[in-house]
Write a protein that binds this ligand. Structure first.
Ligand code: 1GP
Length: 245
């Protein structure tokens, strides 16, 4: 019997209460299982509200292993943010069913989704259709390499807003503005602001956020959920910093 799904409705409720949400991204390829307990402890003591799990290139079964270990270490919702079909694990709570709507590669618009359909058909995962929009950040990131798509130029704000709107009109439940992991420049505040003004679904922003100022600027501009991975991977003391923020 399917479990009661609530991550998306909890997200909407938190946003309507004006809460600012923070997802910590764990890349199963970069996180050693031996280090996971210590890392999870820091996440649990931080202001994080969600854990995202995923990466552009992850070995098969690494996600499954990581998620099943993580499940025992935290009460936070574990949301898959997969770079590929092999990163889908029933042990997580939810799946961002990403369609890369900024690019013209049919594999990442619908192809991978068809591949995933047979395993999702009987899955307990809460599936959240997400319009994933890659925006140019000053250097090439793995998403660009792996998907072989061109990110949207930062200067063309209206095109980015229209892309997000098209995602909403297609029925997507979330918009994710992505600068790419380790981005040189996070998503500019004007882009976040204009997208937020135009779409009526929750807005996730991630890529290249490494400081409290950048985190706050993303929230002030209209991000409902901010995703941070690299800054925590490289410097766990950042967990302490955001507590004081
Ligand atoms: C990448 O948006 C996420 O998909 C997070 O990026 O690793 O740069 O924080 P960072």
């Amino acid at each position: 019997m399917a479990k009661t799904h609530s991550i998306y409705s909890d997200l909407l409720a938190s946003i309507s209460e004006g809460k600012r949400l923070l997802a910590i991204l764990i890349d199963p390829d970069k996180m050693a299982l031996t280090a996971l307990a210590g890392f999870a402890k820091k996440i649990n003591a931080s202001i994080a509200t969600h854990i995202f799990v995923g990466g552009s290139e992850v070995n098969e079964l690494a996600t499954e292993m990581l998620v099943s270990n993580l499940k025992a270490l935290t009460q936070l919702p574990i949301v898959l943010f997969p770079g590929d079909v092999t990163q889908i694990s029933d042990k997580a709570d939810a799946l961002l069913f990403l369609s890369l709507i900024s690019g013209n590669n049919p594999q990442y618009l619908i192809g991978k989704h068809i591949e995933a359909a047979s395993s999702l058909r009987n899955s307990n995962l809460e599936i959240i259709p997400t319009g994933y929009i890659l925006i140019e950040n000053g250097r090439m990131t793995s998403v660009e390499k792996v998907t072989q798509t061109t990110p949207l130029p930062r200067q063309n704000t209206q095109h980015i807003v229209d892309t997000a709107k098209a995602g909403e009109l297609l029925g997507m439940k979330l918009v994710y503005l992505e600068a790419g992991s380790g981005a040189l420049h996070p998503i500019p505040k004007e882009i976040i602001k204009f997208v937020k003004q135009d779409v009526n679904i929750p807005l996730i922003v991630g890529g290249g956020i490494r400081s409290i100022d950048q985190l706050h600027e993303a929230y002030r501009s209209g991000a409902d959920v901010v995703v941070i991975g690299t800054a925590f991977e490289e410097n766990e003391a950042f967990f302490e910093d955001i507590k004081r923020a």
